[in-house]
Design a protein around this ligand. Structure first.
Ligand SMILES: *Cc1c(COP(=O)(O)O)cnc(C)c1O
Length: 231
C-alpha cells in the first residue's frame, strides 16, 4: 500500500458512507491529517487533488505552510497555547480547538491586528473521562454566547475528539450527542451563532461520524500510515 492508494481508498469510503446514509458527498470534507509526516507524502496527496490538511502543532504547520503549495488550507486541530496564537492565526485557515474564552479572546485580538476574521470551531468534550481538552456539553451554549461577540473570530461549528475504541459503533453516541447539541443551539437562533460545521471522526470511526452528521472528518493514519514519533 502507498499513500496515493490509501488516499483514494479513504475518499471512496467517505463517498460510500455518504451514499449509505443519503448525504450529498460534497457535504463531507476530508482533512488529511499530516502531523509528523514529511513534505513528499503531503505532496503525493496534494497531487491527488487534496487541499485541506490538518496539523496539531503550530510550528510544524507553519513550517510546512512555508514550503508547500500556497493553495493548501491548513486546519489547526490540536490544542493551542496562548503564546502560539499569533503564528497560528497567520497560517491557519480554521482553528478546530477553541476551548476557552481566554484563548478565543487572544485569537480574536491577533486576527484583528491582521485585519482578518478567522473561522473557528469550539472543541467539546463529550466523552469526558477520556480527553483532556474541550468544554463540557452542558456549557457549550454559554461558551458560544460569550465568544460570539468577539470581532476577530467567526464561530463555524463544533469539534470533538472521540475516545479510541476497538468498535467504532461505541463512538456513535458521542457523535450523535455533538450533533444534538449543534441542532439545539441552532434552534435557539442566537445572534451571531449559526453552527454549520461538525468536525468529528478519525481513521477508526469516520464512517460512523459521517452517518451521524460530520461535515469535516480528520483522517491521518488511514492515509499516511502509522505515525512514528521517535524521529
Ligand atoms: C492525529 C489526530 C487526528 C487523526 O487521527 P488518525 O487516527 O490518525 O486518523 C484527528 N484529530 C486530531 C485532533 C488529531 O490530533
Amino acid at each position: 500500500m502507498n499513500t496515493e492508494s490509501n488516499y483514494i481508498q479513504v475518499v471512496k469510503r467517505i463517498d460510500a458512507a455518504c451514499e449509505r446514509c443519503g448525504r450529498n458527498k460534497d457535504s463531507v470534507k476530508l482533512i488529511a491529517v499530516s502531523k509528523t509526516k514529511p513534505d513528499e507524502e503531503i505532496l503525493a496527496v496534494y497531487h491527488q487533488g487534496q487541499r485541506l490538511f490538518g496539523e496539531n502543532k503550530v510550528q510544524e504547520m507553519c513550517g510546512k505552510s512555508e514550503r508547500l503549495p500556497e493553495d493548501i488550507k491548513w486546519h489547526l486541530i490540536g490544542h493551542l497555547q496562548q503564546n502560539k496564537v499569533k503564528r497560528a492565526v497567520k497560517t491557519a485557515a480554521m482553528i478546530h480547538s477553541v476551548d476557552s474564552a481566554a484563548l478565543a479572546q487572544t485569537i480574536s485580538k491577533e486576527a484583528e491586528k491582521l485585519g482578518i476574521v478567522i473561522p473557528v470551531l469550539a472543541e467539546v468534550n463529550i466523552a469526558e473521562e477520556e480527553s483532556k481538552f474541550g468544554i463540557s456539553g452542558e456549557n457549550v451554549e454559554e461558551f458560544l454566547r460569550e465568544i460570539s461577540t468577539m470581532p476577530g473570530i467567526l464561530i463555524k461549528g463544533l469539534m470533538t475528539v472521540a475516545p479510541y475504541v476497538d468498535d467504532p459503533e461505541e463512538n456513535r453516541p458521542v457523535f450523535r450527542r455533538l450533533k444534538e447539541i449543534c441542532v439545539d443551539i441552532n434552534n435557539k437562533r442566537i445572534n451571531n451563532i449559526y453552527l454549520s460545521e461538525l468536525s468529528m471522526g478519525m481513521t477508526n470511526d469516520f464512517e460512523v461520524a459521517i452517518e451521524e452528521g460530520a461535515t469535516f472528518v480528520r483522517v491521518g493514519t488511514a492515509i499516511f500510515g502509522e505515525r512514528n514519533y521517535a524521529h
